[in-house]
Design a protein around this ligand. Structure first.
Ligand code: FES
Length: 104
């Protein structure tokens, strides 16, 4: 069973932005796009740059600031090179306007 931990209030992450949080040993980025809230690891699969240094583009993809790789916020799937492998995602739920992330 997933172990959910409260991380933030929905108002902490306005639409079109993302923010880094530390969960145990993990650095996690919560992104807010028109698809809703999603959580991914804060580490680009291309060369380990912090995803949180990047931004969300007009298509709702996370863009890595270092070399421009793009990832789907919800699936972590690669949407543009130079990355060829997706990034880890975390299960997320919202209850009473609070964001919870499942951790191991
Ligand atoms: S480190 Fe992210 S694109 Fe290279």
């Amino acid at each position: 069973m997933a172990n959910f931990q409260k991380v933030a209030h929905i108002d902490d992450i306005p639409m079109g932005t993302m923010k880094q949080f530390k969960l145990g040993l993990d650095l996690v980025v919560i992104a807010h796009t028109d698809k809703g809230f999603c959580a991914v690891e804060d580490c680009c699969s291309h060369d380990s740059a912090p995803i949180s240094d990047g931004y969300i583009d007009a298509d709702g993809h996370i863009v890595c600031a270092r070399h421009g790789a793009k990832f789907d916020c919800c699936s972590g799937e690669v949407k543009a090179p130079p990355a060829v492998v997706g990034i880890e995602t975390y299960e997320l739920k919202i209850e009473n306007n609070e964001i919870y992330i499942a951790i191991d």
